[in-house]
Design a protein around this ligand. Structure first.
Ligand code: ATP
Length: 376
């Protein structure tokens, strides 16, 4: 059983998670629903030990405290995260990616059985074992990411928006796969915006709003809740058991709105403004075409100024030489003392700086048997 108690996280002064408590039992699928920016990814990253912000609170897996452990120690304990964007090694083959997942000591002895289990769960991966991972489709890559996580023999599998960017048919297949993962006794903590399909396979769910859990219920009851339907399933329900939840404690963030009053996700702002994507593209193109070309104008002004200054210097030189030639004494005469050179105008404009983009440097570290990392 994974238990999270009073987990908070902040990036600098910006709180992203406030006193979140939840639990996941073995073989249970728990879904976290919430709007963009509610703190869902931060929650998973804080549990996995990879949150860049300051984290406080308690995370336990059975008798083991996970708080303060490094990410690899947390994987060793049995909690693994499939991050948003999958994080597979694109240049390695499917099989190499899977075998890398078996790196934790807890999984090394059972590598063969785990591989068989994963290939049984995802038959596509069996057929594609030798294929370079980046050449696979988005759905296949997502399966690979989940398969690789399962190679670490986890007790708890966390997934951050696994259905993102997948076609509806692939989404359906993905959620069926997760139901199979559950049947293996693995607890699944799922962050999803696809509320309909995730609630269909989940046992329980939590609603995360403005960094706080505001409601918890069985997946079936959440799916039938008119307020949840309105907020997350595109329905038009009225009232809510969720909205009857006691108001959360005061927070430095704006108070969490009741579900019934929750505004539509921000991504529909263009629709709210009555603009379709193509309207927006056309509008942007028009603005771009009609906007004064400030930057190029600046550049040419600077270049013109530079050219003018150079021309002035050259002209002064020519005039100076002509004047000197006119007054040059004959060879017979005493040579006049050398005329002091007229000071040249100071070159005040520097040549434009041309930025050079460097290739990123790649450093490879190897972990020694002592546990220390050394640069290769
Ligand atoms: P989404 O569904 O859009 O992925 P989310 O619910 O997963 O959103 P988080 O990614 O957890 O939200 O972000 C919660 C808040 O924390 C946001 O306001 C975000 O801008 C902020 N945040 C997240 N990561 C960082 C970071 N590394 N540094 C600073 N702020 C961050």
């Amino acid at each position: 059983m994974l238990e999270v108690k009073g987990l908070s996280a902040a990036y600098g002064q910006h709180p992203s998670l406030n006193e979140v408590s939840l639990s996941i039992a073995p073989g249970e699928i728990v879904v976290i629903l919430g709007a963009n920016g509610a703190g869902k990814s931060t929650l998973l990253r804080a549990i996995a030990g990879i949150c860049e912000g300051k984290v406080s609170g308690e995370v336990r897996l059975g008798p083991d405290a996970l708080t303060g452990l490094s990410p690899d120690e947390i994987v060793e304990k049995g909690v693994v995260l499939v991050p948003e964007g999958r994080g597979i090694f694109g240049d390695l083959s499917v099989k190499e990616n899977l075998l890398l997942g078996a790196y934790p000591a807890r999984a090394r002895d059972s590598e063969r059985e785990n591989l068989d289990r994963v290939l049984e769960l995802f038959p596509t991966l069996r057929e594609r074992q030798g294929q370079v991972a980046r050449t696979m489709s988005g759905g296949e890559q997502q399966m690979l990411a989940i398969g690789r996580a399962m190679m670490s023999a986890p007790e708890i599998l966390m997934l951050d928006e696994p259905s993102l960017g997948l076609a509806p048919l692939l989404c359906k297949e993905l959620f069926q796969n997760l139901a199979q993962v559950k049947s293996l006794g693995i607890g699944v903590l799922l962050v999803e915006q696809n509320a309909k399909q995730s609630l269909a396979i989940a046992d329980r769910g939590y609603l995360l709003e403005n960094t706080r859990i505001i409601h918890e219920d069985t997946a079936a009851r959440l799916a039938g809740d008119p307020a949840v339907q309105k907020a997350y399933l595109g329905g038009g329900g009225q009232g809510s058991s969720a909205s009857a939840t006691p108001a959360p404690e005061p927070s430095p963030m704006p108070a969490a709105p009741a579900i019934a009053a929750r505004p539509q996700p921000q991504r529909s702002a263009d629709q709210q403004a009555g603009l379709s994507i193509s309207d927006l593209v056309a509008k942007a193109a028009h603005q771009s075409a009609s906007a004064p070309r400030q930057a190029p104008a600046d550049v040419s002004t600077a270049a013109d100024r530079l050219a003018n200054d150079r021309l002035t210097v050259v002209m002064k030189d020519i005039e100076e030489s002509a004047r000197a030639a006119r007054h040059r004494p004959t060879r017979a005469a005493n040579p006049a003392p050398a005329r002091p050179q007229a000071p040249r105008p100071q070159q005040t404009v520097r040549p434009p700086v041309i930025e050079v983009y460097r290739r990123p440097r790649v450093e490879v570290y190897r972990r020694r048997p002592s546990g220390k990392f050394e640069r290769e």
